[in-house]
Design a protein around this ligand. Structure first.
Ligand code: PLP
Length: 400
């Protein structure tokens, strides 16, 4: 996992000091900029002069974040956004028009599912959802001309793996651009552009900040897409990131590889603990050697990541009650719908992040009432395991 270039880029990428010779990246907390003359303002608006004009269009602190992200991802260009959801919404709404078609993996974060199934159809855009793990289903769905192919890999919350290379090949034949939500893998563990995807998006709110402070998002792709399609959309509709948030994210990026490495190691140890526990019925973890998806996960990811999901073995009891009891019995791990944080966070997707899905969609996505999602943090791993162990024992104490 150690790659000196990545580490150095995370700390120094995109940063050129101002004439004050500061050590840390400067925070330009300004909404606008001034012009020496009216002629200069006119030239700037005509794009005859390249300079910062207004923070909805661009800002020096945001610019450092975008350059650093582009280097990290190996992308030609990056646009930062105010959140992960605004990154996805920008990609879709700037590209699609009435009559276009989108094919997407079905296993999605709740809000991504909402945009695809509730918002896009209102604009006359056809959306076809497929089982992302089935190349056959992608093949069938992509027999028709398509504008965008979208998927999360690993997906939220059951960590399904989509074959980026194979799906990209099929998508390109159908004329589609491939958009990958790389939030769960992080730019440290997976590089979709190297596997022929066209666009990568992040919720920077997750590992990129990684310390629960700010919302943010990023869109990464080639120069043409970012300049011709994304730029005018962001400039005129305003899902821009605050310079303050971009500055916090720059500080987050400095330690991204260290955090992801330690969190990934902790997750592996927690997986080993859960694997042998009688109160756990099923585990979803990309680097589970017994999983059908392990070979694919290993092919496209450097390691298993920082999130693990599992089903409690609640036997014939009320699954929701047992899950709530388990969550409420934890004392170190926090109940939260966020992930990728330095603090270990636990979620009951059925009643929170994915509560809006219909019963039939939940069933298809294996979002059962006994499903728990754990985002593993940076604490001493034995403390996390002890907390889970004690909470399981308390929850199932009257069971034989
Ligand atoms: C996979 C995935 N994509 C996108 C998002 C949305 O990110 P944000 O909360 O920054 O809008 C999330 C948030 O949980 C997510 O898990």
């Amino acid at each position: 996992m150690k790659n000196k270039k990545v580490t150095t880029n995370l700390i120094r990428g995109g940063f050129k000091r101002t004439n004050f010779s500061e050590t840390s990246e400067p925070l330009f907390l300004t909404s606008g900029f001034v012009y020496e003359t009216a002629e200069e303002a006119e030239k700037s608006f005509k794009e005859e002069k390249n300079r910062f004009m207004y923070s909805r269009f661009g800002n020096p602190t945001v610019d450092i974040f975008e350059k650093r992200m582009a280097k990290l991802e190996g992308a030609e260009s990056c646009w930062a956004t105010s959140s992960g959801m605004s990154a996805l919404f920008t990609i879709l709404m700037s590209t699609l028009k009435k009559g276009d078609r989108v094919v997407s993996g079905r296993a999605l974060f709740g809000s991504c599912h909402y945009i695809l199934t509730e918002i896009l159809p209102k604009f006359g855009i056809e959306v076809k959802l497929v089982d992302g793990t089935s190349v056959k289903q992608w093949e069938l769905a992509l027999k028709k001309k398509t504008k965008i192919v979208f998927f999360e890999t690993p997906s939220n919350p059951c960590l399904e793996i989509v074959d980026i290379e194979k799906v990209s090949r099929l998508a390109h034949k159908a004329g589609a651009k491939v958009v990958v939500d790389n939030v769960f893998a992080t730019p440290i563990l997976q590089k979709p552009l190297e596997l022929n995807a066209d666009i990568v998006m992040y919720s920077a709110t997750k590992h990129l900040d990684g310390q629960g402070r700010v919302l943010g998002g990023a869109i990464l792709g080639n120069k043409e897409f970012c300049k011709e399609i994304v730029k005018p959309f962001i400039r005129n509709t305003g899902p821009s990131i605050s310079p303050f948030n971009a500055w916090v994210l720059l500080k987050g990026l400095e330690t991204l590889d260290l955090r992801v490495e330690k969190q990934t190691k902790n997750t592996k140890e927690i997986f080993q603990f859960l694997e042998g526990n009688k109160h756990i019925k099923k585990i979803y973890y990309p680097f589970d050697k017994n999983s059908k998806q392990f070979e694919l996960a290993k092919k496209q990811m450097i390691d298993g990541g920082t999130v693990i999901s599992f089903e409690l073995n609640s036997k014939k009891k009320d699954d929701k009650k047992v899950s709530f009891k388990f969550l409420n019995n934890l004392s170190l791990i926090d109940i939260s719908n966020n992930l990728g944080d330095s603090k270990t966070l636990i979620t009951h997707p059925y009643t929170t992040t994915h509560h809006r899905l219909s019963e039939s969609d939940k069933k298809k996505l294996k979002i059962t009432k006994n499903l728990i999602r754990l985002s593993v943090g940076l604490e001493e791993v034995s403390d996390i395991i002890n907390d889970i162990d004690l909470a399981l024992k308390k929850t199932f104490k009257n069971d034989k």
